[in-house]
Design a protein around this ligand. Structure first.
Ligand SMILES: NC(=O)c1ccc[n+]([C@@H]2O[C@H](COP(=O)([O-])OP(=O)(O)OC[C@H]3O[C@@H](n4cnc5c(N)ncnc54)[C@H](OP(=O)(O)O)[C@@H]3O)[C@@H](O)[C@H]2O)c1
Length: 932
């Protein structure tokens, strides 16, 4: 009955037969022996050839998946003096000879440094320090005030040894485990410093490959140290008031350069970047998906118009709240061919139970391979008194049995026996299901952390094993202050020691698949799971190293989102649901696992499967005040900025000033996004006229609570002026909402949307850029066609290519500085009509962001609400960007434009410049102040 309930496609079993099927072998034999096409046959109910239903019909929905990858980070927004006066740094390492320049670099920058060399932790001797010695050394190091805990993780000095050297592996695991304890000790001192109002930082330094171990060039054993990112991200999730960052610097860079790079990282305003890799060219990288994830929003495609040009009846087109699927998050669907077949033998740790068992069953359905399932649970034939008793009656049966034996049934003993019986039932059921699916399965009771036992258990099959799936794992959740060395050891053992033991036991086997089960908890960090996050992140880096060293292998680490099953107990499920965390449907997850063996996925080294978001709740509190500098020199020659020349000089577009503030505000409030801007004012545009453009800074006041859990932050971009008062360039108030779990939502539909034909007709709007109304060079010419004009309304078809690098630095989740420029290009068109002169935008009354503007795809810009303001020198226009069927993407209400005398001449000069028409007489007003 249980078999039928759990595996509806298993052979039909009569009650008499069932009574006879006691042992695992009997069940497996029965399933395998049923004749094809018979009611008891595994194939009877599936496949069109068997007269069954089309396997695609009624298929469960696919699981969202996103490859985990490195993306470049913009430069640091350097905070002005975030640390207290005379700050104290504790630097922890293990006899690292390269730490000298780091210590010197800190000291010359004003830090008082306390060094904790754990190799010297043993009193009076060079012996390996015991865990107690380490605890004592850490407790002493973190006593008193601490502003920075810097821990330097070094792999075995003998880096060139073969990566399968057990000693190197064990050392990395020990160093990683030690760093969970470092975080625990640092936590208390740092929290006290943060509570006093200054920055308190927990920073780790590795020298793997400048890509946080994701390039895989450091070798598998050293790469394990990349798992420290899991600790850092968990500390940040548990204690958001701390500044936490894992930094990995390319091994080739000199010590003093590293000290300088580290100093920049220590001062970064961004709090959404748990991990930063710095390559040999000093380019900064981080891992996405993660809290910093410019791609997440940028990749969200705007839905295609329902039907091009189809009219939508005014009044009935309310699309408020339409969800849009994440364009980048491909979903898995059909049952494509996989690269394992009947000749393959896969060893699957943890494969008889939990989610791994579901995965293996799904793979068995696609490939009739042989599976060797490993687990610690012993397996025996079910005792007579339990046979046939349904799961929900089993506890009562245990109690009855104990009483019958004359034993008092204590709750603990009953639970132990009951859980043991359930575990065995699950194992039997898995083996039976694999057989029913056409595979062959064998269960071996062995602890993967016991290298000798494992070697013996796999001795016979070693020569045939072609793949390893490493799913064994356990949890020992506790927040960092309560985390013990024993918890860490328990969690690390199956994941890390277990993998090493598996690879050793299979040394010489014809391996070509290695699939490691890792977790979204590592990708984002998760309160209570510093050790689990570290172990999983370590496995992701090991995957990169294994793939690098064995390019012909299929190596994949699957960062699973939370499943509705396995470790996710009913209590956890409730917690996740309360937080709005979507759970991965077991069918979809299992199918995604089988898909990992598709030939086109062979190169996917690390992939997130499941809803891509942190399991932790976003923090309710706002961040502190921010005062951060950012050099603008790097963008002056960018083609986008070059296309924004007014008169003789390039000018920073106002949407970059706006986006700069959005960028800093979002990145200092991880998990939140700007959904609205109020009173954006351009006080003085930034003109690249030869003077250094690097003096400006963003100044954000501390966030204050707004309505509905939102935060309000007042921000300005200022620079030191020649007088005592600073020069103000831009200012606005920003409304931050918790970043939604799902994809962005479209705004309400524009009332009276008539429907427009897009992509037809000549690009007649381009004349705006050459006839004295606008000045932008082709790279920024987004207004393409006039769709309608009349009354005070102008409707334009727009399209422009975005730029990811600029977006990462001057954008937000929903704001692209390049694409939003098109929204500010429109109002001057109506402004000129009203005021009779060329105009530039001065400000935006209210900006509402619903959904990212589409990159290189058409959208519609509606300009309306135009009026001349009192005084007559300015006009106000509303600019609304919509999908072709009228749903709002972004709306700028009350955009103020000003007519400035002499602007027409500057526009003409700019146009001549991009058209490369030589000018005889350059405009002599080079240094005139420009509003934008
Ligand atoms: N469930 C989720 O939502 C989720 C999310 C992300 C990642 N994952 C990963 O997916 C994997 C499976 O998770 P799950 O939820 O299915 O957990 P689970 O239900 O607790 O199953 C864990 C499996 O690992 C085996 N195992 C544990 N320690 C072992 C050891 N030392 N030697 C041999 N086998 C051992 C267990 O069998 P015995 O108890 O018989 O040893 C069991 O089969 C884990 O690696 C986990 O990190 C799960």
């Amino acid at each position: 009955g249980a078999l039928r309930e759990r595996f509806p496609q298993s052979p039909t079993v009569g009650p008499e037969q069932l009574a006879e099927l006691r042992t695992l072998d009997q069940i497996a034999d029965f399933v395998a022996a049923a004749p094809p096409g018979s009611p008891g046959s595994p194939a009877a109910s599936v496949g069109p050839e068997a007269g069954g239903v089309d396997p695609k019909a009624g298929e469960p929905a696919g699981a969202p998946r996103r490859p985990v990858r490195l993306v470049t980070l913009p430069g640091v927004d350097r905070l002005d003096r975030p640390y207290a006066e005379s700050p104290v740094a504790v630097v922890v390492h293990r006899g690292d000879p390269g730490v000298g320049p780091i210590l010197d670099g800190l000291r010359t920058r004003g830090w008082t440094v306390r060094e904790a060399d754990l190799d010297a932790a043993t009193p009076g001797g060079p012996a390996v320090p015991t865990p107690d010695d380490v605890e004592r050394a850490l407790a002493a190091a973190f006593e008193g005030r601490v502003d920075l805990a810097l821990t330097v993780l070094t792999p075995s000095a003998d880096r060139d040894r073969a990566d399968r050297d057990r000693a190197d592996w064990d050392r990395s695991v020990a160093v990683l485990a030690e760093n969970v304890l470092v975080a625990r000790h640092a936590h208390l001192s740092l929290s006290a410093t943060a509570a006093a109002g200054s920055r308190a930082a927990f920073v780790t330094l590795t020298r793997l490959d400048g890509g946080l171990g994701h390039h895989g060039t450091a070798g598998a054993a050293a790469s394990l140290l990349g798992g420290v990112g899991g600790i850092v991200k968990t500390l940040a999730a548990e204690t958001p008031e701390l500044f936490c960052r894992a930094v990995d610097v390319a091994p080739g860079l000199a010590g003093d350069t590293v000290a300088e790079l580290l100093d920049a990282e220590l001062h970064d305003a961004a709090r959404d970047t748990g991990e930063v890799g710095i390559d040999a060219g000093s380019v900064r990288w981080t891992v996405v998906p993660g809290l910093f994830d410019p791609l997440a929003a940028a990749d969200q495609a705007v839905p295609a118009p329902v039907t091009l040009g189809d009219a939508v009846t005014p009044g009935d087109a309310v699309t408020d709240g339409d969800a849009v699927t994440d364009g980048d998050a491909v979903t898995d669907g059909g049952a494509e061919a996989v690269t394992v077949g009947a000749d393959d033998v896969l060893v699957v740790s943890g494969g008889a139970r939990g989610v791994t068992a579901l995965c293996v069953r799904a793979l068995a359905e696609r490939a009739g391979a042989r599976f060797v399932l490993l687990g610690r649970s012993a397996l025996a034939d079910e005792p007579d008194w339990a046979a046939g008793v349904p799961d929900d009656g089993l506890k009562a049966a245990v109690i009855a049995r104990l009483r019958a034996e004359g034993t008092r049934p204590t709750p603990r003993e009953v639970e132990r026996i009951y859980q043991g019986l359930l575990a065995q039932r699950e194992i039997r059921a898995t083996v039976a299901a694999i057989a029913a699916a056409g595979g062959r399965a064998q269960y071996v009771a062995v602890d993967v952390t016991d290298a000798d036992a494992l070697g013996a258990a796999l001795g016979e099959v070693r020569g045939q094993v072609t793949g390893v799936v490493h799913g064994a794992g356990v949890l020992a959740d506790a927040l960092l202050p309560a985390k013990t060395a024993a918890d860490v050891a328990r969690v690390f053992a199956p994941k890390l020691t277990g993998l090493r033991a598996l690879l050793d036991a299979l040394d010489g086997a014809p391996l070509r698949h290695l699939v490691l089960f890792t977790s979204v908890a590592g990708l984002y960090g998760n309160p209570g799971q510093a050790d689990y996050a570290a172990a999983n992140e370590a496995l992701c880096r090991v995957a990169a190293a294994m793939r690098h060293d064995r390019p012909d292998w299929h190596v994949t680490a699957i960062d699973w989102g939370a499943w509705d099953g396995g470790m996710v107990t009913p209590a956890l499920r409730e917690l996740f649901q309360a937080r709005g965390v979507e759970l991965l449907a077991p069918d979809a997850g299992a199918r995604a696992f089988a898909d990992a063996f598709r030939p086109d996925r062979a190169g996917e080294v690390c992939v997130l499967v499941g809803p891509g978001r942190s399991l932790a709740e976003p923090t309710a509190a706002g961040g502190p005040a921010v005062r951060a500098r950012r050099p603008l020199t790097p963008i002056v020659d960018h083609p986008v900025i070059a296309a924004h020349r007014i008169g003789a000089h390039r000018v920073l577009p106002a949407t970059f000033g706006l986006g700069w503030m959005i960028n800093v505000v979002e990145r200092s409030h991880p998990g939140r996004r700007v959904v609205e801007v109020r009173d954006f004012a351009v006080h003085k545009g930034i003109v690249f006229d030869g003077a250094s453009p690097d003096g400006a800074r963003v100044e954000a006041e501390p966030a204050v609570p707004g309505e509905a859990g939102r935060l309000l932050v007042r921000v300005a971009v200022r620079a030191d002026g020649s007088g005592r008062l600073p020069v103000s360039h831009y200012a606005a108030t920003f409304v931050l909402a918790a970043a939604e779990a799902g994809p962005a939502r479209l705004g309400p539909a524009v009332a009276g949307w008539p429907g427009y034909r897009l992509g037809e007709g000549p690009p007649d709007a381009l004349a705006i850029y050459t006839e004295g109304t606008q000045f932008h060079a082709p790279r920024l010419q987004g207004m393409r066609r006039v769709l309608a004009r009349g009354g005070d309304r102008l409707v334009l078809e727009c399209q422009l290519d975005d730029d990811q690098e600029l977006r990462a630095a001057f954008g937000g989740a929903l704001h692209s500085p390049v694409l939003a420029d098109v929204l500010l290009q429109g109002p001057p068109v109506l402004g000129k009509a009203l005021l009779g002169q060329a105009c530039l935008p001065l400000g935006i009354g209210r900006a509402e962001y619903f959904h990212p503007l589409p990159d290189a795809a058409p959208f519609v810009l509606v300009l309306d609400g135009a009026r001349v303001d009192a005084g007559g020198g300015t006009a106000t226009v509303t600019a609304t960007a919509c999908t072709p069927d009228g749903a709002v993407l972004v709306r700028f209400t009350d955009v103020t434009v000003a007519a400035t005398p002499g602007m027409a001449a500057k526009f003409a000069e700019a146009v001549q410049a991009w058209r490369q028409i030589p000018t005889a007489d350059p405009t002599p007003t080079d240094n005139e102040e420009l509003p934008s």
